[in-house]
Design a protein around this ligand. Structure first.
Ligand SMILES: Nc1ncnc2c1ncn2[C@@H]1O[C@H](COP(=O)(O)OP(=O)(O)OP(=O)(O)O)[C@@H](O)[C@H]1O
Ligand SMILES: [Mg+2]
Length: 328
């Protein structure tokens, strides 16, 4: 069944699941924040609140894009895998319940805080200690939850396939239906160069295949400002629906790409890498290539960000990224 925002319907559903007590009722239903992929609600009873998230067979913001209907079950598996890691578990929402039949996850409400997407705004900087916590979470995740100490590794192949398509293929397709000039005039012409770049595409194929390979470390899978929440209890991490055992270089590559697109000071980016490297190893050459891959796809692909950097800066980032991918 598809959930709606109708209070009466929701009340019945939540009571059937045992997530609302029989004496409880819903006072308010809210949309907790900017989500693109799933149907997510904050349920408020007046004395407590929690979040429910339903995954559906398409992307909520782009109904023409199909997506694995069961993906919230993978998200729940991720949370299960980190359950015994106190530090990691403490930085993610407690899980209140999972309805496997209807693909609904109920979880702790981490509060009305904002995610870190504000970093893309001109002159906004992340506090060094917050970035440190974010990098430590990733390092502990990658070193603490490995194939060697896991009973059934999370593969999440369907979500990886979807991501692979949007990272490695869609941005370079001749007629992908996206007019980048609607986003920023001049961007479409720039994109054409990359779409015709067969040398680049050959290297992208190698990196894409590596992304699809199973790795030894548990990755969050979508480790960018939209998955980091700034709450009164510090930084929290949400939305591991792309989680899988893979290459840490992919995860950190993505994170660094976003710090660059958010135009964060170079010193801060260096510090972030240092923090990570103090805890976990990384093939920096490969990490740089994945950073490049993410910059290219975010500037040229469907999953656009609220970037405020102008055309010249975007062109420069694209050019640097191409170089990084082609360097040996
Ligand atoms: N446990 C929570 N506590 C408080 N707010 C939450 C919680 N989970 C989600 N939110 C809010 O709802 C928004 C959407 O949640 P989430 O990112 O999990 O959904 P999504 O559909 O997967 O989004 P995306 O399209 O970015 O992948 C978040 O940005 C956040 O503002
Ligand atoms: Mg998501």
């Amino acid at each position: 069944m598809k959930l709606t925002s109708d209070k009466k319907e929701l009340e019945k559903y939540l009571k059937d699941q045992g997530w609302l007590k029989s004496a409880e009722s819903i006072e308010a239903v809210e949309i907790p924040g900017e989500g693109n992929m799933n149907f997510t609600l904050r349920i408020n009873t007046g004395s407590r609140s929690f979040i429910i998230k339903q995954s559906r067979e398409f992307v909520k913001k782009y109904p023409q894009v199909a997506a694995p209907e069961e993906r919230v079950l993978r998200e729940a598996e991720f949370y299960k895998l980190i359950e015994s890691e106190v530090k990691l578990n403490g930085m993610t929402p407690a899980i209140l319940g999972l309805d496997k039949e209807n693909h609904v996850l109920a979880m702790e409400d981490l509060g009305v805080g904002a995610d870190y997407s504000f970093l893309y705004q001109i002159a906004k900087e992340i506090a060094e200690d917050e970035l440190q916590v974010i990098m430590e979470f990733a390092a502990k995740l990658h070193t603490g939850v490995t194939v060697a100490n896991t009973h059934t590794p999370l593969r999440n192949r369907e979500m990886r396939k979807l991501n692979h398509e949007h990272i490695f293929q869609y941005p370079y397709m001749e007629d992908n239906g996206l007019n980048l000039d609607d986003i920023l005039p001049g961007l479409q012409e720039e994109a054409e160069k990359y779409k015709r770049d067969e040398i680049l595409k050959k290297e992208l194929k190698v990196l894409g295949d590596l992304y699809l390979e199973d790795g030894n470390s548990l990755l969050h899978g979508d480790y960018f400002p939209g998955s980091w929440l700034k709450t009164k209890d510090g930084v929290k991490i949400i939305d591991p629906e792309f989680g899988h055992f893979g290459q840490p270089e992919f995860e950190i590559g993505v994170t660094i790409a976003h710090l660059k697109m958010a135009d964060q000071p170079e010193q801060l980016v260096k510090k972030a890498l240092q923090t990570y490297l103090e805890i976990a190893p990384l093939d920096e050459n490969l990490r740089k290539k994945f950073t490049a891959v993410e910059i290219l796809r975010r500037i040229l692909g469907l999953a656009q960000l609220p970037l405020e950097i102008g055309l010249e800066k975007r062109k420069a980032l694209l050019g640097e990224s191409r170089e990084a991918i082609l360097s040996s």
